[in-house]
Write a protein that binds this ligand. Structure first.
Ligand SMILES: Nc1ncnc2c1ncn2[C@@H]1O[C@H](COP(=O)(O)OP(=O)(O)O)[C@@H](O)[C@H]1O
Ligand SMILES: Cc1cn([C@H]2C[C@H](O)[C@@H](COP(=O)(O)OP(=O)(O)O)O2)c(=O)[nH]c1=O
Length: 222
C-alpha cells in the first residue's frame, strides 16, 4: 500500500554510539521507497560537502566545546538550507542520522556545555528562513519524529568493542555516555510528542519490529 501522506516528513535517529541506529536506517529507507516515497538519506554532522569537511574536524580534532558547538551548528545550517529544507519542500521523506538532539546530548550533556548557548544557536540555525514554503520564521524547524535508540552505555560499549576504530567521541568513557543519555532524556521530557523511545537492548529483529510499529501507528508505513 502506498503511504497516504504526501507531506514532507523529517525524521531523525538518535542514541549513544553503538546503540544500533545505523543498523535500521537503511531498512527504513527501503520501506518508505516501497511505499512509493522519495527518500533523502542523510546524516549529521555532514550531509553536504562543506558539512562533511566540518564533520572531519569535529570528529578528529581536539577543540573547546564552544568551538565544537559552533562548527556543528554551522554544518547544520548548511545541511538544513541546501539539503533538508529543499527535500521537505519537494515532499520527500528525510531520514537523518542524528540532528540537534545530539548536540544537546553530546555537547550539552556529555561535555557539560551551556544549554542556553545551544538554545540560542538552535534558534538562529533552525529558525531563520530554514524553509521556503511552510514554516514561518518564528517556528523552529524540528524533526516531525525522533527515534531514540535507548541502550545502556555498558551494552553499547560491548557492541562497539572491536566493531570499528573509535573516533573522538566513541573513545570516551562510560560516564560520558551516561551524561549523553541524560541529555537525550531531558530533550524527550521537553518535547515528548516528538520522540519514540525504542528499547535498543533487544535483538535486532525485535528492535526492527518496534521501529516499524512506530511508523505504522503514525500511518506513514503499512
Ligand atoms: N540489537 C542488536 N543486538 C546486538 N548487536 C547489535 C544490535 N543492533 C546493532 N548491533 C551491532 O552493534 C554495533 C553498533 O550498531 P550500529 O548500528 O553501528 O550503531 P550506531 O549507528 O547507533 O552507532 C554493530 O556492530 C551492529 O552490528
Ligand atoms: C550530530 C552530532 C554528533 N555528535 C557526535 C556523536 C557521534 O559520536 C559522532 C558521529 O555520529 P555518527 O554519525 O552516529 O557516528 P558513526 O558514523 O561513527 O556511527 O558525532 C556530536 O557530538 N554532536 C552532534 O551534534
Amino acid at each position: 500500500m502506498r503511504s497516504s501522506s504526501l507531506e514532507g516528513l523529517f525524521i531523525s535517529f538518535e542514541g549513544i554510539d553503538g546503540a544500533g541506529k545505523s543498523t535500521h536506517i537503511a531498512a527504513l529507507a527501503d520501506a518508505f521507497r516501497l511505499a512509493g516515497r522519495t527518500v533523502t538519506l542523510t546524516r549529521e554532522p555532514g550531509g553536504t560537502p562543506l558539512a562533511e569537511k566540518l564533520r572531519a574536524l569535529v570528529l578528529n580534532d581536539a577543540m573547546d566545546p564552544l568551538t565544537e558547538s559552533l562548527l556543528i551548528f554551522a554544518a547544520r545550517r548548511d545541511h538544513l538550507v541546501s539539503v533538508i529544507a529543499p527535500a521537505l519542500d519537494r515532499c520527500e521523506v528525510v531520514l537523518c542520522d542524528r540532528f540537534t538532539d545530539a548536540t544537546f546530548a553530546y555537547q550539552g550533556g556529555g561535555r557539560g556545555f551551556k544549554l542556553d548557548v545551544l538554545r540560542t544557536l538552535e534558534t538562529w540555525v533552525q529558525g531563520e528562513n530554514s524553509r521556503q514554503s511552510k514554516e514561518s520564521s518564528e517556528t523552529l524547524l524540528q524533526p516531525h519524529l525522533t527515534v531514540w535508540f535507548d541502550l545502556s552505555p555498558e551494552e553499547a560499549a560491548q557492541r562497539l568493542a572491536g566493531a570499528r576504530l573509535p573516533d573522538k567521541f566513541e573513545a570516551q568513557p562510560v560516564e560520558f555516555f551516561r551524561r549523553v543519555a541524560g541529555g537525550y532524556e531531558d530533550r524527550l521530557q521537553a518535547d515528548p510528542q516528538r520522540f519514540a523511545r525504542i528499547d535498543a537492548s533487544q535483538t535486532r529483529e525485535a528492535v526492527w519490529n518496534d521501529v516499524k510499529q512506530v511508523f505504522i501507528s503514525k500511518g506513514w508505513l503499512s
